[in-house]
Ligand binder design. Structure first.
Ligand code: XMP
Length: 512
């Protein structure tokens, strides 16, 4: 049984960061809503500590979430952060009051007693990040103050019995010793052995997947992307041929991608794929459509039809595997239910809702970089693992205007050149996505002694953390020059290349 930390999410925008920081210390963590019952936490015996996150509410708000009584009764180490601390104080007989002004930003933390293990390796004065309105003005019985700032008398408090409260945010980078503080709580107080890694994740997944699936068939839609590839590899490892993979070639994939994906699964992982070449069918359906949203809907609808048809052919399938990742799960915990549907459906590009399949999401507790590690450990080749994100509607939203076979063939060649040249360049690490867009403009050019009239190809190369915002990358001129001359020379039909220098916002990453 895996040791784990439970994080109760009071709605802070930083909750995912807490989970992240804990994982970075090789400790497995799970985020749950505060109203969860102890019995609903799987393997509660393996929980070694609890963190209560911050949150936007005041403990006096009508709907303010509380700390469940089992948290106080279970005898485990507890760390309340910001709202989490205030909720502890409020419920255990101390006093929280609205602060005169919201305190936001850096403050200097002064430790009163450096011998406390929670402060191990932390200097007596250091910078911490604050973001709160209410503040604690009276401690509950038995609690004592361990550290303060100029504005906050009770900045770190302890019950003397493994229960801590802190007003600052150790999970954000601005807190200079935040990582040390979290590590101290995990290691010194909770006594975690810090041995959680991708190998252990695979081992424990084997057990739980076998248990969940029994002898049932499970179907997984492959897209060529990292998440679905790792999901399939993990399931295959756990239940072998009970896994049925469906790979729909919608004709909108990158150059040769349909063959690459099939080869990898067949040769490297020894997984049989139910391959459906629906490229003609998709291109026929897209005929005459220029509106980006109608393109998306048409592709989504057609995908569902193909997937349903293939699943029906398989017969007796009970489970549907999805590559949902932890950030999606955390988001859906905070927003209680609503976001879950949108996100999970998004993963396979529109899920067949009426198929009545049970969901299996083996990656739902992993972050993207952890998924990559698991994938490598399972033997997936680095070129699949380090792929850039690729939209479900594929090249369709990178061809402006109507989609034709001719335009798709042109764009695939341009895209391959962009990908190859960027992979060779020094700026590759910086790039979130780098690709070609086929505009519907034609311009005049000259090649040799001849006048040409060809498409304008645009390059979109951006850096980003999470695709919510993005910046265009200052790719060295030499790299841009090579890409441009290779495209114009090697791709017939294109005679001009332009570089998109729009950030997001106001632009989006994709052109459509
Ligand atoms: P935008 O263009 O909105 O893209 O800045 C943000 C990220 O989402 C990807 N993207 C999509 N992914 N279906 C997907 O699965 C879509 O319809 C879609 N549209 C955009 C885009 O590639 C980028 O990573």
């Amino acid at each position: 049984m895996e040791e784990k930390l439970v994080i109760l999410d009071y709605g802070s925008q930083y909750t995912h960061l807490i989970a992240r920081r804990v994982r970075e210390q090789n400790v497995y963590s799970e985020v749950h809503p505060p109203e969860i019952a102890m019995e609903d936490i799987v393997d509660f015996d393996s929980v070694k500590g609890i963190i209560l996150s911050g949150g936007p509410m005041s403990v006096y708000d009508e709907e303010a979430p509380t700390v469940p009584s089992w948290v106080f009764e279970c005898g485990l180490p507890i760390l309340g952060i910001c709202y989490g601390m205030q909720a502890i104080v409020h419920q255990l007989g101390g006093k929280v009051e609205p602060g005169e002004a919201r305190e936001y930003g850096l403050a200097s933390l002064i430790i009163e007693d450096s011998t406390e293990t929670i402060f191990s390796q932390i200097p007596s004065q250091s910078s911490v990040w604050m973001s709160h309105g209410d503040k604690v003005v009276k401690l509950p019985p038995q609690f004592k103050s361990l550290a303060q700032t100029d504005n906050t008398e009770y900045c770190v408090i302890s019950s003397g019995n493994q229960m801590y409260g802190i007003q600052f945010h150790p999970e954000v980078n601005h807190t200079s010793y935040g990582e040390t503080f979290i590590t101290n709580f995990l290691v010194q107080v909770c006594k975690f052995s810090q041995n959680w890694d991708s190998g252990r994740f695979i081992e424990s997944s084997m057990v739980s997947l076998k248990e969940q699936l029994g002898a049932s068939k499970v179907v997984c839609a492959l897209s060529g992307g990292v998440d679905s590839a790792v999901t399939a590899a993990l399931l295959h490892h756990a239940v072998g041929d009970q896994l049925k993979c469906i790979f729909v070639n919608n004709g909108l994939l990158r150059l040769d991608e349909e063959n690459e994906v099939r080869e990898i699964f067949k040769d490297v992982l020894n997984v049989d794929i139910n391959y459906l070449d629906a490229s003609k069918r998709f291109i026929d359906k897209l005929q005459g459509i220029v509106d980006p949203e109608i393109k998306r809907k048409t592709i989504g609808y057609e995908f569902i039809k193909c997937f349903e048809e293939e699943t029906d052919k398989l017969g007796g399938v009970e489970f549907l595997a999805q590559g949902t990742l932890y950030p999606d799960v955390i988001e859906s915990v905070s927003t209680v239910g609503k976001a879950a549907v949108i996100k999970t459906h998004h993963n396979v590009g529109g899920l067949p809702e009426n198929m009545q399949l049970k969901l299996v999401e083996p990656l739902r507790y992993l972050f993207k970089d952890e998924v990559r590690k698991v994938g490598l450990e399972l033997g997936l080749p680095p070129n699949i693992i380090h792929r850039q994100p690729f939209p479900g509607p594929g090249l369709a939203i990178r061809i402006i205007g109507e989609i034709t076979k001719e335009k798709l063939d042109i764009l695939k060649l341009c895209d391959r050149i962009v990908t190859d040249e960027l992979a060779k360049s020094d700026c590759y690490e910086e790039i979130w996505q780098g690709f070609a867009v086929l505009t519907d403009s034609h311009t005049v050019g000259v090649m040799g002694d001849f006048r040409t009239y060809g498409y304008v190809c645009a390059l979109r190369i951006v850096s980003s953390e999470d695709a919510m915002t993005a910046n265009w990358v200052k790719v060295p001129y030499e790299v841009l020059e090579t890409i441009s001359s290779r495209i114009v020379n090697e791709v017939s039909g294109v005679n001009r290349v332009v570089y998109d220098i729009t950030n997001k916002p106001p632009g989006t990453i994709e052109w459509e």
